[in-house]
Design a protein around this ligand. Structure first.
Ligand code: B12
Length: 215
């Protein structure tokens, strides 16, 4: 089986919501020491993106969406420790506090970003999803974070990113913690407009962006 065939099987498993298959493919990728970053970004992620598209087109409904999201989560849980093992960490690349903004329960993309940052030597504190803006600040102060990463998948919670920068300014903390924003509706223009220090489109590019912001 070629690499392309394997990646398309991964994508198919997510689109069809076949959890056994998704888990088996993740196990195969681990056993065969495949590049898990590639398997995730070119197999699992396109799969869940297609699910989103099918939903938008009215082909899929919420149950299908949930099933596919659960498949993705199960496979990610398996690969997470392996991503961690592969890290060539000698000293921490920096401390990051990450979470999805209050009112938003989407956490697949955020989990991906957290796992890949952590696999690349960052110390990552993952606050989970539906996180209060104040909690990000409290945790960042507590662990003396270099960077705060805010994920938003809803246009309504995207505005929370703007509010967060405003709160940092009010508290005199703007500049003390760098802020990187992301999530499907977010783009560079939005990041610039709200005064965020960084933006990244996906988990892999987030690593370089984080390194640049922390140094
Ligand atoms: C899976 C999914 C769900 C799952 C979530 C499961 C989970 N545990 O996360 C479930 C079924 C629960 C769900 C629920 C809902 N969903 Co939903 N969901 C999706 C879907 C199909 C995929 C999201 C996803 O996981 N993508 C895959 C990941 C890998 O991609 P990602 O999240 O974009 O993350 C990548 C990048 O954005 C980036 N990134 C992400 N975060 C960060 C952070 C930083 C700092 C950086 C640098 C980068 C970064 O890196 C990631 C990896 O490459 C999207 C459709 C879409 N096109 O996005 C809709 C979508 C986001 N959902 C939507 C909606 C409306 C809802 C609901 C309100 C539906 C409802 N009526 O109940 C609820 C929300 C409830 C709530 N309060 O949050 C809408 C949002 C519309 C809008 N404009 O606001 C979307 C766009 C679908 C649509 N077209 O209508 N959803």
């Amino acid at each position: 089986m070629s690499n392309e065939e394997f990646l398309s099987m991964v994508k198919k498993a997510i689109v069809e919501g076949n959890k056994d298959e998704a888990v088996q493919l993740a196990q195969h990728a681990i056993a065969e020491k495949m590049d898990l970053n590639e398997v995730i970004e070119k197999g699992f992620v396109p799969g869940i993106q297609q699910v989103g598209q099918l939903w938008e087109e009215g082909e899929y409904f919420l149950p299908e969406l949930i099933t596919s999201a659960e498949c993705m989560k199960a496979a990610m849980e398996l690969m997470k420790p392996e991503l961690k093992k592969a890290q060539i960490e000698i000293r921490s690349a920096g401390k990051i506090v990450i979470g999805t903004i209050e009112g938003d329960i989407h956490d697949i993309g955020k989990n991906l970003v957290a796992s890949i940052l952590s696999a690349n030597g960052f110390e990552v504190v993952d606050l989970g999803a539906d996180v209060k803006l104040e909690t990000f600040i409290e945790k960042a102060e507590e662990v003396n974070a270099n960077l705060i990463c805010l994920s938003a998948l809803l246009t309504t919670t995207m505005t929370g990113q703007r509010k967060f920068i405003k709160i940092l300014k009010e508290k005199g903390l703007y500049g003390r913690f760098k802020v990187m924003v992301g999530g499907a509706p977010v783009n560079q223009k939005w990041a610039d407009e709200i005064g965020a220090d960084g933006y990244s489109e996906n988990a892999l590019t987030a690593v370089d962006a984080a390194k640049e912001l922390v140094n």
